[in-house]
Design a protein around this ligand. Structure first.
Ligand SMILES: NS(O)(O)c1ccc(OCc2cn(-c3ccccc3)nn2)cc1
Ligand SMILES: [Zn+2]
Length: 234
């Protein structure tokens, strides 16, 4: 008999180090559209991002991340009550196989990737780190990505990926970028109280997932998958 060693390195082991991962409001989830209630009279979701400040994209060891470095921005309304949130960073999740990259699924369907714009509650807390530990501390805008036409704004990031192939690599954008251009045209969304989808899996996120996927080209998916794999220094 050959001894079988099952090496569990994925989410199943996170509970050992991050007790929050055993919680009651863990993300991601499957959005069962038939069970979603209508938004009723929620106020409109409103956002404003600065465009011309210098930004850099970094390889944190998985996918890529753009830090906003405290530059002015605002997200308010919708499910966020009277609090004002500020963009901290935005990043992506791509799968190892095309078509299976998103974290959230909709009626069991996965998408090619998922963009997260991470905001923190500046009305109640003094820093991202403080807010990231509070139930109403963070708000993440989720954008589902599907293969279609090339996305020009996202291309400003994708074309820099060859320069951040290893964990810790960082490169500065040479042109202005408007995060609002990463969002879909129609802004209908699902929202639910959830958590960070990666360790420490803290249950501090009001999720706002746009219903309309945004199109990216097959080449942009390929480049993300390629450098995503490299980004993991595989
Ligand atoms: N993928 S996602 O958009 O859900 C997402 C968004 C942000 C994340 O931050 C990582 C993080 C959180 N904290 C933290 C610090 C202090 C207290 C609590 C947490 N440190 N690093 C992780 C996943
Ligand atoms: Zn994320």
């Amino acid at each position: 008999l050959v001894p079988v060693v099952i090496l569990i390195v994925g989410p199943a082991t996170w509970v050992e180090k991050f007790p929050e991962a055993r919680g009651t409001r863990q993300s991601p989830v499957d959005i069962v559209t038939s069970r979603a209630s209508s938004g009723g009279s929620a106020p409109p979701l409103v956002w404003r991002y600065s465009v011309n400040h210098p930004r850099s994209v970094v390889n944190p060891g998985y996918c890529w991340r753009v830090d906003e470095n405290g530059y002015d921005s605002e997200l308010r309304g919708g499910p966020l009550g009277s609090d004002v949130y500020k963009l901290q960073q935005w990043h992506c999740h791509w799968g190892s196989v095309n078509g299976e990259g998103s974290e959230h699924t909709v009626d069991g369907r996965a998408f090619s990737g998922e963009l997260h714009l991470v905001h923190w509650n500046t009305s109640k807390y003094n820093s991202f780190t403080e807010a990231a530990g509070q139930p109403d501390g963070l708000a993440v805008l989720g954008v589902l990505l599907m293969v279609g036409s090339k996305h020009d704004e996202l291309d400003k990031v994708v074309r820099l990926l060859p320069y951040i192939q290893h964990k810790g690599d960082k490169v500065t954008f040479s042109e202005p970028l408007n995060p609002a251009n990463l969002l879909p045209k129609r802004i209908a969304y699902w929202t639910y109280p959830g958590s960070l989808t990666t360790p420490p899996c803290t249950e501090s996120v009001t999720w706002i997932l746009f219903k309309e996927p945004v199109q990216v080209s097959a080449e942009q998916v390929r480049l993300n998958l390629c450098y995503y794999v490299n980004g993991k220094n595989v």
